[in-house]
Ligand binder design. Structure first.
Ligand code: PLP
Length: 367
């Protein structure tokens, strides 16, 4: 059993996906063809956001968003220490300084109290603070209400790194609708809840100026004309074939999220007496990029993973090392207490999660 079975989705929807790919091959507009615009419009409609701007991947989406926010050299951006490295990497790529913050032990998302402590620390050191990137880890929306309260008090912008959380809601509002943040990003990496069959990403915002800037930066700082370069940009276009695939996948996305939730519910019933299962605020929804269990200590975690592996079920650790302890990032500042992140790296493991797991497979994993 693969950890995430992408082939099954393709086999189930092969006719539609093949047709969409061939339509691109037939019209030949491989770069920024009509499917890109069509997908952007559909994403806008799905999320209820003014601008959806496709780009090459989720890391670039973060970089483009930071550039649109005019991040200045050495500006401090608060990020959770338990996330995929791209969240902090994008800050460094834009000349900023990631300041690592602890997470909540139940939701695995950025802890607003730890954010408060980090802001105080940065202020005491007279660091120029700019914003915070909240991550919708494992597909659960971060606590944007509490994060916004800290941000407003300290004049910080809030960005949502929703690479794992496309479709998740906070207080009934889709994260990508940008009602609780200035700008949001996502990744269409194949294993993500809304994934394509290669690399892809998108930025979402209701701000016209930022949207114009991102549309220009993603094509080499283009102005009104093709060879008119009005600023320094980069090449970060969403591939037309990937956009065509995403149009097909967006159609089946709501049904896939329902199936993921059903599997998560079954896992929780089966494992709640043995491990710490995910506990989510009732006001928020999750798209289950990962279903993660927690043990009491590392050796119990390792034994559990071995037991699953011995029976042919793959598991994964997201993530084995927090960012503030990574060689490339340990020189950046962090709050005095990042102990939850450190503990989680020793005790968490994730189960196979895919809308295309059969009932029989889920029952086998549970038993
Ligand atoms: C939280 C988070 N942010 C950013 C990224 C980067 O996305 P991509 O791999 O498309 O560059 C990922 C995905 O890998 C992610 O999980």
């Amino acid at each position: 059993m693969p950890f995430i079975n992408l082939l099954r989705q393709y086999q189930r929807h092969k006719a539609d996906i093949d047709h969409a790919i061939h339509a691109v091959l037939d019209h030949g507009q491989y770069i920024h063809g009509p499917e890109v615009k069509m997908l952007e419009e559909q994403l806008q409609q799905f999320l209820g956001v003014k601008h959806a701007i496709g780009c090459a991947n989720g890391t670039d989406a973060l970089v483009l968003a930071l550039k649109a926010l005019h991040l200045q050299p050495n500006d401090v951006v608060f990020v959770p220490s338990l996330t995929f490295v791209a969240t902090a990497e994008a800050v460094v790529l834009c000349g900023g300084i990631p300041f690592f913050v602890d997470i909540d032990p139940y939701t695995y998302n950025l802890d607003p109290n730890s954010l408060k402590a980090a802001v105080q620390m940065a202020k005491q050191q007279s660091l120029p603070i700019a914003g915070v990137i909240a991550v919708d880890l494992f597909g659960l929306a971060a606590d944007y209400t509490a994060i916004q309260a800290v941000a407003k008090e300290n004049h910080l912008w809030v960005m949502a790194d929703s690479a794992q959380g496309f479709g998740a809601t906070h207080n009934g509002r889709l994260v990508g609708s940008c009602q609780d943040c200035t700008i949001a990003t996502t990744s269409f990496f194949p294993a993500k809840p809304l994934g394509c069959y290669g690399d892809g990403g998108a930025v979402f915002t209701n701000d016209d100026e930022m949207a114009d800037l991102i549309r220009s930066i993603r094509v080499h700082g283009q102005g009104q004309e093709k060879y008119d370069n009005i600023r320094i940009g980069q090449n970060s276009r969403l591939d037309t074939i990937q956009a065509a695939i995403l149009i097909e996948k967006l159609k089946i996305f709501p049904e896939e999220v329902t199936l993921r939730n059903q599997i998560a519910k079954r896992y929780t019933e089966a494992f709640r007496n043995r491990y710490k299962v995910p506990i989510h605020p009732s006001k928020d929804t999750c798209v289950w990029a990962q279903y993660t269990l927690q043990t009491t200590d590392r050796s119990t975690r390792d034994q559990a993973m071995k037991a699953f592996a011995d029976r042919g079920f793959p598991t994964g650790i997201y993530y084995p090392k927090p960012l503030h302890l990574q060689t490339g990032y340990q020189h950046f500042p962090h709050t005095s207490n990042v102990s939850v992140c450190e503990r989680m790296t020793q005790t968490v493991f994730s189960l196979p999660m895919s809308p295309y797991l059969t009932e029989k497979e889920v029952e086998e994993i549970c038993s």
